[in-house]
Design a protein around this ligand. Structure first.
Ligand code: F0G
Length: 465
């Protein structure tokens, strides 16, 4: 790009708008109480800027909508499946491609196919649904991030990397108990931080030596490719597509939520090279997802995803996307708000442990901060901390490694002035941080409790007067 101008603009114009609704602080106080201080339980119309997730919340392009019109809804062998399969194979080079209705369905099919009780699955960091699907098999989900990945304030280019020495140890000490290893790109639970190509290649070499297949949890493969292009020596001249192919060339399989870098509102896939695993996974898929050429999706979904994968790899799009998130990070850093540095691919993560040291982990500082952001500005983020990860499989509690509030950006949805508003809201809350109080659990299910748990202020009010 040789332009004399430095403003990075949204590389699209808006054809269809969706009004958002303003609420008063009093209305939000009532809504929050009604929702048991759980932002997942709010009505979305009570939210002004919704950064709960970047998953399935993006805006589709006119090319995707046009693709949907030619969706072939044949039960078996639909054209749409072959277009989807061709796109996935072009980008990943993987052999067997099974569509699923979303990422966790791919995880469930994979793990019920290949895991037995007592097995171990190492990863840089498992996402919560991945962990839950592994644990549901009686297996252990083992997080092996590089140490710098757990130091929010530290700036390093590839904080999403897998600790290769720890992987080597894990595979040596647990021979026969590790059916596969995984790498999540980008590392969502660890701040949306990227994984370098060198690290993926290193993991590949170790796995090959031990005869263990390597899978990518590839939800945000395009964003990861962009960071590699920007930050890894020798990669600047490569296209994101070339880099994506190089990453997948190291993998024996992949799980994917197309709700992220598939730029679609629903969908995913499981891809595997091994013929025997593919055969068993297909039979498993039919049980709950559907016939292998639609896998829980409509033909039109397959079309939207096939187009979306390439749009996610577009350089103008990636430059704008990563920069708009970094811009919010810059605003917050300048204001002294502690965030995970550097900003990640799909989200800004506020470090609630650093911001609210007066709230102990058992009163869930990041959860309290996410509620405070809603209360003050109608902004919905998500806690990635001790509510999400604190409960152990044996029922005991252990504080999470980090207490973060993730503000995840839907793709192509919000504009620069929305981002400026966010900066203002967060600075406003930061200026009142001493007044924010913790929360106590009122009720919670045993698994994936963050979705439905209910809370109450631990000391009278969430924000002291
Ligand atoms: N893996 C990663 C890294 C994810 O971030 C997600 C979803 C999944 C797997 C599961 O995919 O939702 O399609 O079933 N992450 C969303 C989020 C929910 O908000 O980060 P899914």
């Amino acid at each position: 790009m040789h332009s004399p101008f430095k403003t990075i603009i949204e590389p699209f114009r808006i054809k269809s708008v969706e009004p958002i609704r303003f609420t008063t602080r009093e209305q939000r106080v009532a809504a929050l109480e009604q929702a048991g201080y759980n932002l997942f339980l709010l009505h979305a119309e009570d939210v002004l800027i919704d950064l709960l997730t970047d998953s399935g919340t993006g805006a589709m392009s006119k090319y995707q909508w046009a693709g949907m019109m030619r969706g072939d809804e044949s039960y078996a062998g639909a054209d749409s499946f072959y277009r989807f399969e061709a796109a996935v194979r072009d980008i990943t080079g993987l052999k067997h491609i099974l569509p699923t209705h979303q990422g966790r369905a791919a995880e469930r099919v994979l793990f019920t196919t290949v895991l037995a009780a007592g097995d171990i699955v190492p990863s840089n960091t498992h996402f919560d649904t991945t962990r839950a699907n592994i644990e549901a098999r009686g297996a252990t989900a083992l997080d092996l991030p590089v140490p710098e990945g757990r130091q929010p304030q530290l700036r390093a280019p590839f904080k999403g990397n897998l600790d290769l020495a720890a992987l080597e140890r894990c595979l040596t000490e647990n021979q026969g108990r590790v059916p596969l290893a995984m790498i999540t790109i980008t590392n969502n639970s660890g701040g949306g931080q990227p994984v370098s190509l060198a690290n993926i290649r290193g993991a590949r070499a170790i796995c090959q030596k031990h005869g263990v297949p390597l899978f990518l949890d590839s939800c945000r493969f395009a964003e990861n490719a962009w960071f590699i292009k920007q930050r890894e020596p020798g990669m600047a001249e490569k296209t994101p597509l070339e880099i994506a192919r190089a990453m997948f060339a190291c993998a024996d399989g992949a799980t994917m939520s197309a709700k992220k870098d598939g730029m679609a509102n629903i969908g995913g896939f499981l891809a595997v090279n091994d013929d025997a695993w593919a055969e068993r996974a297909r039979n498993n898929l039919i049980l709950t997802e559907g016939f292998p050429t639609y896998g829980g999706l409509a033909g039109y979904d397959l079309e939207a995803i096939a187009v979306g994968f390439y749009e996610a790899l577009d350089e103008d799009y990636l430059r704008y996307r990563i920069r708009s998130i970094e811009y919010l990070g810059d605003v917050l850093t300048a204001a002294g708000v502690p965030i995970v540095q550097p900003t990640g691919g799909h989200a800004v993560y506020i470090d609630a442990k650093a911001m609210l040291p007066h709230i102990p982990p058992h009163e869930f500082p990041a959860w309290a901060l996410s509620c405070a952001l809603y209360l003050e500005g109608g902004v919905r983020g998500v806690e990635i901390g001790s509510v999400m990860f604190g409960r152990q499989p044996d029922g005991s509690e252990k504080p999470a490694a980090m207490e973060l509030v993730r503000l995840a950006f839907p793709r192509r949805v919000y504009t620069q002035s929305h981002v400026d508003y966010l900066g203002e809201v967060i600075r406003h809350v930061h200026a009142r941080k001493e007044k924010i109080r913790g929360l106590k659990l009122v009720s919670a299910p045993k698994v994936l409790r963050h979705f439905t748990a209910r809370f109450a202020p631990a000391q009278g009010a969430l924000i002291a007067p």
